[in-house]
Design a protein around this ligand. Sequence first.
Ligand code: 13P
Ligand code: ZN
Length: 282
Amino acid sequence: MSTLPVNEYVTQHHSLDIPFVHEMAKITQCMWKSGWDERNGGNVSCILDEQEVAAYIDIQDVKRTLQPAFPVHELAGRYFIVTGSGKYFKNVLDDPAGNLGVLRVSADGEQLEVLWGLENGAVPTSELPAHFMSHIERLRVDPQHRVVIHNHATHTLAMTFVHDLDERAFTRTLWEMCTECVVVFPDGIGIIPWMVPGSSQIGRATADKMREHRAVIWPQHGIFGTGGCIDEAFGLIETIEKAAQIYMLIAHLPIRQKITQQELIDLAQAFGVTPRAGILEL
Ligand code: 13P
Ligand code: ZN
């Protein structure tokens, strides 16, 4: 933690010295290198604690206010770091303040207060409705929830062209692809119909699925993953994407052996997780 007054901290240090900025820069770079965030594809939002923000940023100094698509009373007073709309993940490391922003939802939930970043008139991701609604739903079921990540994971997206979009069937196939899957996402995958991105409607549909799942697939578009920290949300997406990659490698080949339903049940038992009901049939 800094011993300098907060205003001086930001002017005297590179913004990558701020731990939550550094973490965002690292994860966006990693996703871009994975090929899951072409151009401005993908967006990330993390809930931050007031003390963690106040250690590096003057929280009294509101740079400007923005109007959210809808009032977010449930998140009033919460702090977030978010990616900017139209920003390339490739560029975040070189210019964190131009591509990321720290926001506070105003005390009445009606406005967004920009406290840092989003320089040169940048605005938060166009998927903010989906992020905010997902944060609200995940916090209801998990008080430790903090992070929403959206990206265009290649094989997950590819799989939505060739696999049945029934979420139970899709989940079962993913669980069958790698031994660790049922342990990492026993809650299974939610899938919504194809919808126009950036809208409040797709946000609502995504968040409704988030009541029961930590990951939601947007057919022919990408995936949303959530968790208590960036590692958890990203690890969830990575695991789903790996399973989808295996599926795309084998789906057209004759299958000689696979993990059986009984083996998946044994695995879940051994790791102390309860697979979502109605997926494994014996
Ligand atoms: P933004 O650049 O507004 O975050 O949009 C990217 C995206 O992936 C939309 O779904
Ligand atoms: Zn997208």
